[in-house]
Design a protein around this ligand. Structure first.
Ligand code: UDP
Ligand code: MG
Length: 321
């Protein structure tokens, strides 16, 4: 955005950061090293400050001063991981784009082997976790359940145990940037784009410092976003439920008629009450599903910008405007 369009880098590294002041120095050291060791002439390291409340932005300003490869994109508030990443990607000028987390769970040193694969004609080299060290069994269980559900519901094949850690080609990024949707499940969107995509198996490390920025509630939100932006199957689930309900109601009606003629009237209100409750819940469930999608349609039709950049800080002191 800030650079003239004809200046294209060999590589852009994009890192969303939310309250990562403790990791930034080490992150910068390792990413800078990885870029130097990778066979690239020009590169940029785009750090996105996603409305952090700690000293992240000050650290970023210092890094921009210290290293002219670093660009800091400062968002106007906290937008969440996927939008922060989108903001960084929108700024990237590279032929190849390397995406990683700020907490060093994804080793920057893998840039070199991943780049080699990409240069051999693979458009997306995505990191697939062999192990996930330092994660609770609860998180692992949830992740597994989430990916199983997602692959059952979605028509796009979204690989399991894959985060946003990846290297992608310029054409994939251009297509990604042309997708205007608000609820962005980026790894899924990239899977949808297609071209040649390959997994790169790696060991996921523990967080370098600080705590996860994905508490349970945010994770649930993320999962709902992913599923509802990739599948309308849950909406269709209402149909078999409704059919089952109708059949059941028919059987019950028949039973009631037979009981009436058999002189066995009003054989227990409890069963009736149960049935009424059951069906009202079913209706509520269907309504909730419809509401979910309707809400999303509402958000999409507003066509708001995805994020607002407060300023872009580069070494020449310009704010990129
Ligand atoms: N992140 C962000 N905005 C947020 C939450 C997280 O930019 O609102 C960043 C965070 O700084 C990190 C990445 O997204 O670089 C992944 O977050 P985290 O490591 O906390 O997630 P986890 O690895 O625990 O799933
Ligand atoms: Mg992490």
């Amino acid at each position: 955005m800030a650079l003239p369009e004809n200046i294209i880098m060999d590589l852009s590294v994009v890192i969303p950061c939310y309250n990562e002041e403790e990791s930034l120095a080490e992150l910068h050291r390792r990413v800078e090293n990885a870029c130097r060791n990778a066979d690239v002439e020009t590169y940029e390291i785009i750090l996105v400050n996603d409305g952090s409340s700690d000293g992240t932005i000050e650290m970023m300003r210092a890094l921009v001063k210290q290293n002219h490869h670093v660009v800091a994109v400062n968002l106007s508030r906290n937008y969440g991981h996927q939008l922060a990443l989108s903001a960084g990607l929108a700024e990237a000028c590279g032929d190849y784009i390397f995406v990683l987390d700020a907490d060093l769970q994804d080793p920057p040193e893998l840039l070199m082997p991943m780049l080699e694969r990409a240069r051999n004609g693979v458009d997306v080299v995505y990191g697939q976790r062999k192990t996930r060290r330092g994660e609770t069994w609860f998180k692992l269980f949830c992740a597994r359940a989430f990916y199983r559900t997602l692959s059952f519901l979605s028509e796009t094949k979204i690989p399991e145990n894959v985060g946003d850690f990846r290297l992608m080609s310029r054409r994939v990024l251009d297509h990604l940037l042309s997708m205007p949707e608000q609820q962005r499940f980026i790894r899924g969107m990239i899977a949808w784009i297609g071209f040649k995509q390959e997994a790169f198996l790696y060991e996921r490390d523990e967080r370098f410092a600080g705590v996860t920025k994905y508490p349970l509630l945010k994770l649930i939100h993320f999962a709902v976003d992913a599923i509802s932006s990739f599948s309308i199957r849950p909406l269709r689930l209402a149909i078999p439920f409704a059919l089952m309900g109708i059949v059941l109601a028919g059987v019950l009606a028949l039973y009631a008629i037979l009981s009436y003629f058999g002189g066995n009237v009003f054989p227990g209100w409890a069963s009736l009450a149960t049935i009424v409750t059951f069906f009202s819940s079913l209706q509520l469930l269907c309504l909730a599903l419809i509401g979910e999608y309707l809400g999303r349609t509402f958000i999409e039709v507003k066509r708001r910008p995805l994020f607002i950049v407060s300023d872009v800080i580069r070494e020449d002191g310009s704010d990129g405007k």
